[in-house]
Ligand binder design. Structure first.
Ligand SMILES: Nc1ncnc2c1ncn2[C@@H]1O[C@H](COP(=O)(O)OP(=O)(O)OP(=O)(O)O)[C@@H](O)[C@H]1O
Length: 854
């Protein structure tokens, strides 16, 4: 058996004996010694009262009860929250855990959590995905995002679900499910350029691919049989009670294998191991970091009040949310709390040697090395089943990415994990691979089982992302014919999906929240199958825990067993998410942050520019920017993000009229269309995709050369995720944020990112005329819909929407920029909901927007 030597140079001397021991004596069934990622920091949940819980006294009161319950889980010194009244403040938020099972705070705080949800319901972000699924029920659909105050759910006051979830009993997985072979598997740097006044310096060498390479060592390691390879009572499986089961049908890889343009490997140099050399060891790095840093980087422990957040986070409510009849239930989650103890993630704890709190701190990395995404650890040296390894090898993965290396051992140990890693660095495999191992170690389902359990439940915020994760799972499952994965997403007929679920039960289910909730409530036997969930994954966790999805997520959490492993992944983990992650995670979860200290959350090799220009120039500028980029790079592949679905449609229409090779994707397009376009864009070069935020997160389009964001993004996170569609896997990319002067306030929220002011290119009169002519050809109804959507979007922005008179002036400027002499009329009902009745400058009528714009 091949063993890997530790990067001993960088180990604290006192650890060496243990680690050496580990490296030489580990049986193949254990995770072998991998170099830990130097970049990661980890801690327990942040143990402070947040603005999420502004009713401090009430929370503290509840906390007291809870602290008695959970006492067992901590050492005597370990946990003295403020609510204990013991006089001790939280010791800078961290202490070490003594071990023992944690218990749900939420159980005691159901009421509180419900109240919190209500409290924050005025600051939701958009939910891109399920919008589509809800379309059928929406009466008025003027915008992708609207600005009305959030409608109260019909069922908000339902408390039944909560009671129900508490009543459940659990059986052990091994009792519940007989063993047997189950179902068959159905399954460029634009070098920063000296062209100061050109946003696009000429494109040089972008990527020489050489990534996948050989797998020399993989053959050396052989596991005779997956079931032999793992002790049946591994750390993971021991922890689960069981009882639900799975559903759906497997999806046939919607997405083709990715091409490897770009030199992914070239970016792996300067990776973790090399960076380690410069390390020093220090205690409490995470805490120090938390004290120092900014709010978004998860480095601040300050308690913020609501005002602060509202300033920074635009409110966006969609008309779908307002008018849908199927608003979320208020089912309270069960699991544990996050009133936890901030703990240092030590290098040793990755290996289960938790008696040392040492951690590496990387110096601010030099350009070129900070964005290494591959580690030195190889998949074939880790203890996953041989069949999974074969799938990994076939997928072309040899070395782990940094986030995979950092999280895999912890997840394989059965711990709950909150992981943060930059966009495009392989988070999907990071949560899928260990989840698959849980299935491998579970009793197979049998054909005669009426309701076979769903063992792994992956929730994604958009359909594209869910389909993509399911396709990735299928790649990894290539040699696991008895493990099935299915995807349930909105936009398809529920009845068909129900049939599919029943006909082809699977163990891994990937779902969007709204559709999953539909199945929980309407599909016979589905709830029972869900009671088998051993691993719950929230991909894009911060988005899923945001208000737009929160209730659905709480409902879903209440439908899966409390005894489960939960994995939260995202490229952004804002402070508020740290503080509410207890909704899903156990209190002793690990927070693994692979974004290096001192490094930005965006990739260094992606050049970011912002341009500020009057609104009436934006259409011409987008055209000019695209033309210039196309001229520079024949292999261009551009994403243009717009604020709403209807504005997206308008811009796509316009660019089409201007004879650019353009596609559009947004929530108002049928799912089949979305899938087709997404697939086409994935494979293509020389194409522009105009999109709403359905493409903002997670979607893995290879080799995107440029991301243009037109108008202010919903928030900082959304900016980062949109930008993250380029520069994936270490490749180069470019991002341009186009703002109007009154949108410049947004720049303060991203001031820590390496974004520079670009000079606005001059647009010659001919181009302006050309754009005007093209605009005149765009259908009037699309302009009307765009106007209404635009107004709704900015009305919901806390800054722009504050002054309604000014807002309407700006909206009318937007209307003129589309070539309209008079602003389109808006239905009275809609204006009422936006709180814009009787604001001068607006025209109203009685017609429903959806009737007009269908
Ligand atoms: N170990 C690996 N080696 C090489 N490529 C990998 C590896 N793991 C994943 N990838 C590839 O990296 C790309 C990005 O992965 P993925 O989409 O999971 O990134 P992500 O971190 O989830 O990004 P985002 O934050 O945007 O969701 C995918 O094309 C995936 O196939």
């Amino acid at each position: 058996m091949k063993t890997t030597s530790f990067p001993t140079t960088f180990m604290p001397v006192r650890l060496l004996p243990q680690l050496r021991l580990l490296s030489t004596s580990l049986p193949a069934t254990h995770f072998p010694p991998m170099k830990f990622a130097p970049t990661l920091s980890s801690s327990r949940a942040v143990p402070i009262l947040s603005r999420v819980f502004p009713l401090r006294l009430r929370y503290m009161g509840l906390g007291f009860r809870r602290s008695l319950q959970t006492e067992r889980a901590f050492s005597t010194r370990a946990f003295r929250g403020p609510r204990t009244g013991s006089g001790s403040e939280l010791p800078r938020g961290y202490e070490r855990r003594a071990g023992g099972a944690s218990k749900s705070l939420i159980e005691d705080e159901a009421e509180l959590s419900d109240w919190v949800s209500e409290l924050r319901s005025d600051s939701p972000r958009g939910r891109e995905d399920d919008l589509e699924g809800r379309r059928g029920r929406v009466r008025e659909r003027g915008t992708d995002r609207e600005s009305y105050p959030m409608k109260k759910s019909r069922r908000e006051s339902d408390s039944g679900d909560f009671g129900e979830s508490r009543r459940r009993d659990f059986r052990s997985p091994n009792q519940s499910f007989p063993r047997n072979g189950g179902i068959s598997k159905r399954f460029d740097n634009k070098s920063e350029g000296d062209k100061k006044d050109r946003p696009f310096p000429p494109r040089n060498n972008r990527g020489n691919s050489n990534s996948s390479g050989e797998f020399g060592d993989s053959s050396r390691r052989r596991f005779p049989n997956p079931n032999e390879s793992f002790s049946r009572n591994s750390g993971i499986s021991k922890r689960f009670d069981n009882k639900f089961q799975s559903d759906d049908d497997k999806e046939d890889g919607l997405f083709p294998r990715r091409s490897n343009r770009g030199n992914s490997n070239s970016f792996s140099k300067g990776n973790s191991s090399s960076n380690l050399k410069a390390d020093s060891f220090t205690r409490n790095r995470g805490v120090e970091g938390l004290r120092r840093g900014g709010r978004e980087t998860g480095k601040t422990l300050r308690v913020m009040d609501d005002t602060e957040e509202e300033e920074e986070k635009p409110t966006v409510v969609r008309i779908e949310d307002l008018l849908s009849e199927e608003e979320s239930d208020t089912a309270i989650s069960d699991d544990d709390d996050g009133y936890g103890v901030l703990r240092e993630k030590s290098a040793t704890s990755l290996f289960g040697l938790d008696n040392e709190v040492s951690v590496k701190v990387l110096p601010k990395s030099s350009p070129g090395s900070s964005d290494s995404y591959l580690s030195e650890s190889r998949f074939d040296h880790c203890s996953v089943s041989p069949l999974s390894l074969k799938g990994i090898k076939d997928a072309g993965y040899e070395k782990m990415t940094v986030v995979q290396e950092a999280t895999l051992p912890v997840i394989l140990k059965g711990k709950d994990v909150l992981a943060k890693a930059k966009t495009g660095t392989g988070k999907t495999v990071a949560f899928l691979l260990p989840s698959i191992e849980v299935v491998v170690k579970s009793p197979p389902i049998t054909r005669d089982q009426k309701r076979p359990p769903i063992l792994v439940l992956v929730i994604c915020p958009t359909r594209e992302l869910a389909s993509q994760a399911s396709a990735e799972a299928n790649k990894l499952l290539k040699y696991h014919p008895s493990i099935g994965v299915q995807v349930v997403i909105g936009g398809t007929r529920l009845a068909l999906e129900q049939k599919r679920i029943q006909a082809n039960p699977c163990q891994i289910l990937v779902a969007t929240p709204g559709r999953l909730k539909d199945h929980i409530e309407n599909t016979a036997g589905f709830a029972t199958r869900l009671m088998g969930v051993k691993v719950l994954v929230l991909d894009e966790a911060d988005h899923l825990l945001d208000m737009g999805f929160r209730k659905d997520i709480e409902r879903i959490i209440s439908a899966v067993p409390k005894q489960r492993q939960t994995l939260l992944f995202s490229a952004t983990v804002p402070e508020e998410v740290r503080q509410i992650c207890h909704i899903a995670l156990k209190r002793d979860h690990e927070y693994i942050n692979t974004v290096q200290e001192g490094s930005e959350e965006t990739h260094a090799q992606v050049r970011q520019t912002h341009l500020v220009a009057p609104l009436d120039k934006h259409f011409s500028l987008v055209y000019a920017l695209l033309k210039e980029h196309i001229a520079d790079d024949v292999e261009y592949k551009v994403l243009v993000f717009c604020t709403t679905a209807m504005v997206t449609r308008l811009v796509a229409d316009l660019l089409g009229e201007l004879n650019l090779n353009v596609r559009e994707i947004h929530s108002r397009k049928p799912q089949s269309y979305r899938t087709r376009v997404s697939d086409e864009f994935r494979k293509s070069k020389g194409l522009i995709l105009v999109t709403s935020d359905v493409s903002a997160r997670g979607v893995d389009y290879p080799d995107v050369t440029l991301v243009i964001q037109v108008g202010v993004p919903a928030d900082r996170q959304q900016y980062i995720h949109r930008l993250g569609r380029t520069g994936r896997k270490g490749k180069e990319g470019q991002g341009i944020l186009l703002l109007a002067p009154w949108e410049e306030f947004f720049l303060s929220t991203i001031k820590d990112l390496p974004i520079t002011k670009g000079s606005v290119p001059s647009v010659d009169p001919d181009t302006t005329k050309k754009v005007e002519r093209a605009l005149s050809k765009v259908e009037m109804k699309n302009k009307e819909a765009a106007y209404q959507a635009w107004l709704g979007y900015y009305n919901s922005n806390k800054k722009v929407g504050r002054d309604k008179h000014r807002l309407v002036e700006l909206a009318n400027e937007f209307s003129r920029s589309m070539g309209l002499d008079n602003p389109p009329a808006i239905p009275k009902l809609v204006l009422g909901k936006m709180g814009l009745k009787n604001v001068p400058g607006l025209r109203s009528n009685l017609t429903s927007a959806s009737a007009m714009h269908g």
